[in-house]
Design a protein around this ligand. Structure first.
Ligand code: NAI
Ligand code: A1CAB
Length: 273
């Protein structure tokens, strides 16, 4: 792709996407420019990935054919104000903020422009991201193809209706945090039983990776895959019984429901900023 990609914000998600794209060679480093106020983040990005960096958001806005706003949701309106005069007419603006609707982005720019709302996640950094994608009506098929090329370069994508973006946030954007907690807890248990910590992370993380692959690649129902591990009168069913007793499923369902709700709340909060 020969388009200039601009990032405003080079924090956790910005660097994960930049790292994913460079590693997969989808865009050469000289086609990526990133701005941030945090000099350490900029230095890290230019040193590690060889991209152009600046503290001037307008420098990015002026040059970008695809502009990815990877700043916190509450900064969107002020940064859009700052760059509005400088953006190219046919720029594709990509938003990744939780609770930031397409309509609110269009209203903040106060002109008709191409907007794609995306909810990615940090496993992008290792090429295993997942992104929910929703374009507005100004986005052409060719534009969408370019956006899919970018986000497919560091993982998988699904085009979704915007009304599902809050649940995409809770099941995908935020969910790596729950999975890391699960891995950490499994490793703690193994350490308790005498295993060295580094080895415990490897066993726990590989079990999560392999199990996820089985769900994705075999198409077998997760319940059936679970049953295949539980030998009658064996070890696994003892653990499963405790997880049910302690409410693992209920805890996860409640947590994800609350996360979705927070994304909905952020939408109405941001609207009024
Ligand atoms: N962290 C995650 O796992 C995910 C985050 N997101 C979304 O990505 C966005 C960014 O989140 P994170 O990367 O986690 O936040 P972060 O705090 O790690 O990164 C934000 C970056 O913006 C920079 N920044 C602050 N003020 C600025 C300004 N005026 N001009 C330019 N840069 C400025 C900060 O220095 C920081 O480097 C949020 O809107 C969030 O909802 C979406 C999916 C996953
Ligand atoms: O916690 C957050 O608000 C962001 C959105 C998805 C993941 N992190």
């Amino acid at each position: 792709m020969d388009k200039q990609i601009g990032f405003i914000g080079c924090g956790n998600m910005g660097i994960a996407m930049i790292g994913g794209m460079i590693t997969k060679n989808i865009v050469p480093p000289d086609k990526i420019i990133c701005s941030d106020l945090n000099l350490t983040n900029l230095k890290n990005a230019s040193k590690k990935y060889g991209i152009t960096t600046t503290t001037d958001n307008n420098e990015v806005a002026k040059n970008a054919d695809i502009l990815i706003l990877s700043i916190k949701p509450d900064l969107y309106s002020s940064i859009i104000n700052e760059i509005n005069e400088q953006i190219k007419n046919d720029v594709i603006v990509v938003t990744i903020a939780a609770g930031k609707s397409i309509k609110s982005t269009e209203e903040a720019f106060d002109k008709k422009l191409k907007v794609v709302r995306v909810m990615p996640n940090t496993p992008a950094l290792v090429g295993e991201g997942m992104s929910g994608i929703c374009p507005n009506e100004m986005v052409t098929e060719k534009d969408l193809e370019d956006i899919l090329n970018i986000f497919n370069s560091f993982g998988q994508t699904e085009i979704v209706n915007e009304k599902l973006m809050d649940v995409v946030t809770s099941i995908s954007g935020s969910s790596p945090a729950y999975v890391f907690m699960f891995i950490e807890a499994m490793a703690d248990a193994a350490v308790l039983d005498g295993m060295p910590r580094n080895q415990a992370y490897k066993f726990a993380a590989q079990a999560v990776l392999g199990s996820a692959k089985m769900v994705l690649e075999t198409g077998i129902h997760p319940g059936e895959l679970k049953d295949m591990v539980c030998s009658p009168g064996g070890t696994t069913i003892e653990a499963v019984a405790i997880l049910e007793e302690k409410g693992l499923r209920t805890a996860i369902i409640s947590a994800i429901k609350r996360c979705t709700q927070k994304s909905v709340e952020l939408s109405s909060l941001i609207k009024h900023l």
